[in-house]
Design a protein around this ligand. Sequence first.
Ligand code: SF4
Length: 378
Amino acid sequence: MDFSAYIHIPFCSHKCDFCDFVAFAGVTNQEDTYCQVVCEEISTRLEALDAKPRLTSVFYGGGTPGLIKPSNIFKIHNALLERTNLVSGAEVTLETTPQSITNAKASEWLAIGINRLSVGVQSFCDDELIAIGRDHNRAQAVEGLVTVVDAGFRNVSVDLMYALPTQVLASWKETIEELLRLAECLEYIQHVSAYALDLAANSPLKMRFPESSASYPSEENFIAMYELLIKSLSRGGFFQYEISNFSKPGFQSVHNLNYWRNGEYLGFGVGAHRYVGGYRTSNWRSLGRYLRDYMGNQTIELIEPSTRLREAIMLGLRMTDGIDLRRFSQEYGVNILEQFGQSIERLKAGDFIEVNNHQLKLSSKGVPVSNSIIAEFI
Ligand code: SF4
């Protein structure tokens, strides 16, 4: 069976005001200890398996894996390679902030076997970066992208965010246009992820810009921003393959596709989740607790067939290709057209979904309101 593997590196140079991830600033003095513990966790968990798992992708996420010493990524990667079979040509991604990138690090990442970088740009407007509490600016974002392409990376993904405080349609357009200009010069920018801001409860951002603040785009502008994104990126050769993800042909994220296809995955590091043998479990979110008890679980959930079915529909509809109804019925034993007949007819009549050639998918009118449509099925 094929798996993807996720390794969480929680260190950041600064905690962004909106961030709800397991990410810590000011504790890089624990980096060596942490990476050693992750190696031990990898060995312990994988030694317990009957056979070496086959990996189709590896993802170093965070936090900011690009912040730590490449020698520590090297140690973790070796621990993983010793106990897994990484398929030839597997996608190996590392997440980084732009300002963590240096020439030397980029070369070392390539030497380790990292073949894809995901760079957290978020916006090319300095005012917006300040508003959300990032600690980089537009110039650093451009410099970081130029550096990794010059170093030899041929598969670079850029993360953007919209629906930010102070952001207006015109400034979002500037960010997208700047990205497209860069992508013309740096042809190895192959992928874009663009997520709307998810305002975490108790985040410093929420204190500064409460949900009711007029600094956020209106509902109407929110939809206009999303439509602008799809249209502009498509003009630049980035085709939408998932609600928030766009790529040049052949550069869809292998790692994320495995999640969206409801595939199983391994996970290591503080707060990391895994889905193995029908169970979804997660490690402690507290750094101290994880370091003391790296095999302990914060959560354990047996994924019941009904949950698996709901998740498959939810994830399948997020993808532009939608759900292959014949494959779905073989895998889950459910005929979606029969089980959800009434909802499907209503959504079809409203032009929110399409059913063609055994595919069920959101229509272009349905994509911007995907959450409410998906809710009809779950
Ligand atoms: S860089 Fe990313 S992970 Fe780190 S604090 Fe900012 S948003 Fe969170």
